[in-house]
Write a protein that binds this ligand. Sequence first.
Ligand code: KG4
Ligand code: ZN
Length: 339
Amino acid sequence: MNINILGIESSCDDTSAAVIQDEYLLSNVIANQEVHFSYGGVVPELASRAHQQNIIPVVERALVKAGIGKSEISAIAFTRGPGLLGSLLVGTSFAKGFALANNIPLIEINHLQGHVLAPFIREKQKENPVPSFPFLSLLISGGHSQIIVVKNHYDFKVIGNTIDDAVGEAFDKCAKIMGLGYPGGPVIDKLAKTGNPNAFAFAKPRVADLNYSFSGLKTSFLYFLRDNIAKNKNFIEENKADLCAALQHTIIEILIGKLIKAVKQTGIKEIAIGGGVAANSGIREKITQLGKKYHWNVYLPEFRFTTDNAAMIAIVGYYKYLKKDFARQDIAPMARFEI
Ligand code: KG4
Ligand code: ZN
């Protein structure tokens, strides 16, 4: 008998539902929320309302695309956290209701584990190699910058963490300073392609161990722009591509420095990346180069599995289903949730 898992993701501003059948993806539907654009960031109350409007049509589409009826779903897996509480509440309540109505198990998922295990999502006619255990995951998103030793599908050990801003926040805040809109990562990535990464130099933080810090970079970027705008009010406009390229280059150097250190410390050469910032073309290129240089096996998830999606929630749900790791009906979402 096939195991069919319906996954639900609603932690931030994407409403998503996916169906996974025995590790293979059958459908992954994502509704992005346009409503936040003019505010320059996600407005939590608007996000919850949009999730409420989107969730039923998104789930219906995911089931139709998968060709699976409600009665064939083995369990429903939902993001319990971390994320915006109101947004999480919509997905959690939907999942509880669906589980109860269809008399199937409910599975709670840590969103971060979803990003980490995204390389295990399989697609028919597209056999992609998957990491072997143990592997190192560089988890880089809007809320996290972590290096994790993944011992198996269930056992994760964080060996590096950010002490302040996450890397995605650094991209977003610096883009905001330059007036580039939200989310900033993809815009900086695009502009960086035509700029010179060595046009400007920004100081890199000195942080102990395998930990990261990005708030200093954001501040020095702000002061650098302020000083230059005082001399030339068109400074940003005239140097946009070079600013993006130099900023992205610095961020990548920071990320890579600790990753190389982590490989040396652990001896693990299986490397995967995950989270929204793993969509960054500069990071993907750099990690691929390093893989060749140091003989690492590198696993880059497809773009659509880097930013928030329910396929990654459903794959973790599949592994938890195998262990019969089910949640109770009185479970509540959690805004903060460590891996
Ligand atoms: O994983 P994600 O969708 O949400 C969280 O769990 O946080 O990550 C969103 C973050 C945002 O900060 C966004 O700017 C960043 O991922 N991002 C990128 C790129 N695409 C998305 N950052 C750099 N380059 C990109 N191409
Ligand atoms: Zn995420």
